[in-house]
Design a binder for this molecule. Structure first.
Ligand SMILES: NC(=O)c1ccc[n+]([C@@H]2O[C@H](COP(=O)([O-])OP(=O)(O)OC[C@H]3O[C@@H](n4cnc5c(N)ncnc54)[C@H](O)[C@@H]3O)[C@@H](O)[C@H]2O)c1
Length: 186
């Protein structure tokens, strides 16, 4: 019997950072719910949290040329970007990966025909301890500049508006989404 059309609608999904905590749960969910026709994972090291039937590729998002090569070879339809260093690592690394690396991924995605790009930001980009995050979404004001006490968060906020703007650009990306509303369970 043919599968309902809603299944596998994300087609080939590449989860960047897919061996990390959030990323590997997304991989498991995609498999369990049969939401993708093909699943690939890109991470610095792909030895942990591996799932059967998934293609694993070692790569560093701070290297633009290798991102173009890897995405050009894999040709994903959807990219879910969950890669980030831990929040307490040094500033240079946080900027290099979260800002430069995210820009590299966007460039590679635009150059290789990706249709949807999901960026994992952080609840802290819209949280200033004065308001409860109830029904919060990407339209909420970003906490930036002097009001943003955490360097890690400032690197998660820099490209959020640009990522959303990719929606309207004449690039091949038809949809972008910046998920900022939830803290992950520990
Ligand atoms: N854990 C939380 O409470 C929390 C809260 C808010 C937002 N986030 C965001 O959610 C996302 C996932 O977080 P997590 O808790 O799963 O973190 P994690 O550390 O478990 O996973 C992140 C993955 O990114 C990979 N990575 C790091 N640098 C990379 C690079 N240069 N190239 C390729 N891969 C690289 C790591 O190897 C790791 O597997 C991150 O973007 C994080 O900023 C997490």
């Amino acid at each position: 019997m043919a599968e309902p059309k809603t299944l596998r609608s994300l087609r080939h999904v590449l989860i960047v950072g897919g061996c990390g905590f959030l990323g590997h749960h997304i991989v498991k969910l995609l498999i369990q719910k049969k939401l993708a026709s093909q699943i690939s994972v890109l991470d610095l090291r792909t030895t942990q949290n591996r799932q059967d039937g998934v293609t694993y590729v070692d790569g560093d998002i701070t290297d633009l040329e290798s991102m173009k090569q890897i995405l050009g070879r894999l040709k994903p339809d959807t990219v879910i970007h969950t890669a980030s260093p831990h929040f307490d690592l040094r500033k240079e690394l946080l900027y290099k990966v979260n800002v430069d690396g995210t820009r590299n991924l966007l460039k590679a995605a635009q150059a290789t025909g990706v249709k949807a790009f999901v960026y994992t930001s952080s609840a802290s980009v819209i949280y200033d301890e004065t308001v409860q995050l109830v029904n919060a979404d990407e339209r909420w004001p970003l906490v930036v500049g002097d009001r943003q006490p955490e360097y890690y968060t400032s690197t998660k906020v820099i490209d959020a508006p640009n990522i959303l703007k990719c929606n309207a650009s004449p690039s091949l990306i038809l949809s972008t989404f910046s998920r900022a509303t939830r803290k992950w369970p520990s």
